[in-house]
Each structure stands twice: as C-alpha cells, then as structure tokens.
Design a protein around this ligand. Structure first.
Ligand code: PEP
Length: 258
C-alpha cells in the first residue's frame, strides 16, 4: 500500500426490509419472531433492519428493544419541521428511535416525482438527524433495454449523493425498477456488473473511502435466491420488500450470511 493511504475494510453487510404500506400493529409479532431467531445466534455477521410504515414505527422500536433488529423510516422530508401536511422529518424518525431512513425509493421517485436533487436533500436531512440514509438508485426496464443502465445509475449517483456523504452515514441500494415485486431478477453477472460500476463511481468521487460504502441489491430477493445474489461482486447486503413481511422469509434471506 502506498504511504499515506488508509486501507478501507470490507463493509459489514446490511439486510434491510422495506415493509412499504403494509402491516398494522399486529405485525409486531413478526419483529418478535425475528428477534427470537436472531437471538439464538452467537454472532450475527450482518446488520438487520426493518423499515415499517410510520404509524407503527414507534411501537416496533419498543418491540425490537434489546434485540439485534434495528428499525428505520421509509422516507423523510428535507426540513426539520413546518407546514408540510402528511410529511415526517428525519428528526421525528430519530426521536422515536429509528436508526436509518430509506430515501429515493423508485416508488417514491415515480409516485411523488422525486428528483435526484430532492433525494440528496432528504439523505442529508437523515444525516442532520443522526440517521444512516439508504439512497436507492435503479433503472427502468426501458432504460435497461436501451442499454442505458450504467449511465442512468451514474447520473442518479451523481445527483442523489452529496460531497459530505460517507460510508458511516450512507448506504447505497441498487434496485432495478423492473425487478421490484415482479419475481424477476438480473443474473448474478448483471448484478455484479452494476455493483462494480457503482463501486468505481464511489471510489472516483470519495477516493479510497468509496470502498467502505455498503451497496445493497434489491428487487425480488427471496430465501431461494439470496445466497446467489449476495455472492455477486460488490454486493454488501439486500433491500427486501415482499419477503421481509414475515420473519420466516426474512430470516431465510439473512441466512445467506450465516
Ligand atoms: C423494494 O421495493 O425495495 C423491493 C426490493 O421489493 P421486492 O423485494 O418485493 O421486490
């Protein structure tokens, strides 16, 4: 290693569940069941996170207390407080015990016309509140078919990340839009190609620190395909939708690291 360079260790994987608009208070039984399964392990080689809808977040933080399960939000407003009906600030998430916040999920980019610039502001709001921001990027099927996957990802990373971001406060999630909730996934080689591209962009922007970012794959991850997808180069965990709703399936995905 050249003098003056600090070697960055491979990041600890993160397996994160995005419950989207699913689950009432009774869903705490899934957190309890998951916590129980994780408790039996001597060592957990990955971090585990569930991001429930906002109304159940405080309850599930209490449910998960003392366990290896962390709880996070699915979105936040860039500002601390104010006249923004229906929105939630990063400080509010932090106040009830969230550790992470997802920003720029493709469903929010599509349903709420969120731009890269807004996503960057939301991620920075997460940092301001002391949360780890999970920044999502991913191409649509039309973009992939047009051979634009890597250029789309490059542009999303450029616009959605800020110069003050670092591997401790930010996680990247690569989620091809066409793989979300469809049961379709890219091949392991395709996942590896995009993740390696993301890693190179991170190193180009942040120097050696770029190697410290966790880059998650998301899109139809299931217990049956998790091991293969997680083994692709530069994949440091998963962002999971449907299969995170039950403790059994989610634990099946976590098992890729056990
Ligand atoms: C998601 O929406 O983040 C996701 C990856 O969903 P699913 O696992 O259901 O494809």
């Amino acid at each position: 290693m050249a003098a003056g360079k600090t070697k960055v260790r491979a990041p600890k994987p993160l397996v994160a569940g995005n419950w989207k608009m699913n689950g009432l208070r009774g869903a705490k039984k899934e957190i309890n069941a998951l916590a129980k399964k994780l408790n039996k392990l001597d060592r957990l080689p990955c971090d585990v996170l569930i991001c429930p809808p906002t109304p159940t977040l405080a309850l599930l933080v209490e449910t998960a207390k003392g366990s290896k399960v962390r709880i996070g939000g699915q979105d936040c407003h860039p500002q601390v407080s104010g006249a923004h009906t229906g929105d939630v600030s990063a400080e509010m998430l932090k106040d009830v015990g969230a550790k992470y916040v997802i920003v720029g999920h493709s469903e929010r980019r599509a349903d709420h016309e969120e731009t890269n610039a807004l996503v960057a502001q939301k991620a920075a709001a997460g940092h301001r509140a002391g949360l780890i921001s999970i920044v999502c990027v991913g191409e649509t099927e039309a973009e992939r078919d047009a051979g634009k996957t890597l250029s789309v990802i490059t542009a999303q990373l450029k616009g959605s990340l800020g110069d003050t971001f670092d591997p401790k406060n930010t996680v990247i999630a690569y989620e091809p839009v066409w793989a979300i909730g469809t049961g379709r996934t890219p091949t392991t080689a395709e996942v590896g190609q995009v993740h390696t591209h993301i890693r190179k962009r991170l190193v180009a922007r942040y120097g050696e620190q770029g190697n410290g970012y966790r880059v998650l794959y998301g899109g139809s991850v299931k217990p049956a395909n998790a091991e293969e997808l997680m083994a692709a180069p530069n994949v440091n965990g998963a962002l999971v939708g449907g299969a995170s709703l039950t403790a059994e399936d989610f634990y099946g995905i976590i098992s890729a690291y056990l």
